[in-house]
Design a protein around this ligand. Structure first.
Ligand SMILES: Nc1ncnc2c1ncn2[C@@H]1O[C@H](COP(=O)(O)OP(=O)(O)OP(=O)(O)O)[C@@H](O)[C@H]1O
Length: 231
């Protein structure tokens, strides 16, 4: 489980995140909505151990991220809006590089299987990354998460800039991963997709989580209305 207990981050006098309490179980997809500057990335960075909280705790599988981020990062994968990969290496070579960095050594067949599971077509596996679309790069990002065997996957605006087909494919893979017991925490601006892919929705305003609901209790139009009233 991912858990935030009164998690707070201040920069000088500015509260980027204030008293955040939330939990995300394995098998859940938590979609966090909120305007620019609401505190979504700050939340993710605290769980990733990239920044230190001012007060409160971020826990991964019951372990407090700081000062145990060497343990918690092993359970976590992170897929940013733009997955940074080496353009002159192929999909397989990139995956080999990043999985080795994480301490894993796989055969070419294993690496290809991860890429296929992430939805990347076989013909692309040996092609250089410089020829990949944004959606294909996202799939390599997912394959890296799979190769790490990460139980918890953080995504920061992963579908921003993806075309509808790539978005649908990405959503399908997220649902598959959650059905296999992964917990996904996604910051997004896409209300429709949040309802579609998420099991839980949160709305953040000025560093505070001001609303949470289960997606089976709300449709996209209702969420849109609620969002506009809330932010
Ligand atoms: N290193 C920093 N120093 C000072 N202020 C910061 C720093 N990082 C973030 N902030 C501030 O914290 C607040 C929350 O930022 P954050 O990046 O978490 O927002 P966000 O919801 O992810 O926004 P976006 O949708 O634009 O990515 C913002 O007001 C931002 O300016």
């Amino acid at each position: 489980m991912l858990k935030a207990i009164n998690l707070t981050k201040t920069y000088g006098k500015h509260q980027a995140l204030s008293q955040l309490n939330l939990s995300v179980d394995k098998g859940e997809i938590f979609c966090l909505l909120g305007q620019n500057g609401a505190g979504k990335t700050t939340t993710i960075n605290l769980f990733l151990g990239l920044i230190e909280s001012t007060s409160g705790e971020a826990l991964v599988d019951g372990i407090t991220v700081k000062p145990n981020s060497n343990k918690t990062t092993k359970m976590i994968a992170y897929i940013p809006e733009v997955v940074q990969l080496y353009g002159n290496l192929s999909g397989v070579e990139n995956l080999n590089f990043f999985s080795r960095l994480a301490g894993f050594k796989y055969t070419n067949t294993d690496l290809s299987n991860f890429l296929s599971k992430a939805g990347l077509q076989k013909e692309a596996h040996q092609k250089k990354l410089s020829s990949y679309s944004k959606g294909m790069r996202q799939k390599v990002g997912i394959a890296i998460a799979l190769s790490k065997n990460a139980e918890y996957i953080f995504m920061d605006e992963p579908i921003s800039g993806l075309d509808p087909k790539a978005t649908i494919e990405f959503t399908k893979i997220c649902k598959e991963l959650s059905s296999e017991g992964k917990a996904i925490f996604m910051a997004t601006h896409d209300i429709f997709n949040a309802v579609n892919v998420g099991t839980k929705i949160g709305i953040m305003k000025e560093g505070k989580l001001v609303h949470t609901s289960n997606t089976n209790a709300i449709n996209a139009t209702e969420l849109q209305d609620l969002y506009l009233k809330t932010i």
